[in-house]
Design a binder for this molecule. Sequence first.
Ligand SMILES: [Mn+2]
Length: 269
Amino acid sequence: MRLSFNSSAYVKYSFEEMCKNVSQFGYEAIEISRTHPVHELGKRDREKLLKEIKSHGLEVSAIQGGNPYLDPEYAKKRIDLAVDLGCPFVSLGCGALVTEEEQREKQWKEVSEHLGKLANYAMDKGIKVVIEPEPPVILAGVQGKPCERLVGTLKDVQKMLADVNAENMGVLLDIGHVYVVRENLLDVIEKLGKKIFHVHVEDIIDRIHCHFIPGTGMVDFEGAFRVLNKVGYEGCLSVELEAHVDEPDRGALESIQYLGSILYRIGLK
Ligand SMILES: [Mn+2]
């Protein structure tokens, strides 16, 4: 399995420096997060960017396309960017926060329609789209329990896939998120199987939604990688450490040392 690093932690660095550093650490791919608005570049600058990425022996594992519920035009630009950078997947977020329970059904319908349209748009361009279940968030000003996301659990994502029913739409499985919502990771992987198109990795402590360096928390990476291999997953494992903006090199290096050693030990590297 190939290891990828999500660009969000490198927001204070140049793109070039990020590519140089992560490739030196041994990563084979980068994922382009919303923190990097490179879809705004013109055609020639995109070509230069791709050359730069390739010169470091990297490929683009996935591009984050934002929230289709709020901004489908942004998502389309990110799909076009994926075509230009030879990237197979664009993630489309998980829709919306459910701030009022009565609105859930209406939101679901709108989000599934948006996702369907964007999946079609991507299909015509040979791109696959992925949706990522996200844990609930605590919102200031909303009393009581945290706000759920429209797509937060295994059941939610299975239902969204079924409702949208697009061949080129799959799941971005964020391994840490599964712990936060208290589901069984190995069971989730088995049930989603071939519908897992892309994977995020980070560690989790005390089931709180905060992305820690792999090896410092409770996540069973070895178990997860074994089951991913069993269900035939052949994509990247993309380390996502968005809070490590002051020390991205440390985060990237410690992550690959830990995850790489597991992959070697179980014969997946
Ligand atoms: Mn994620």
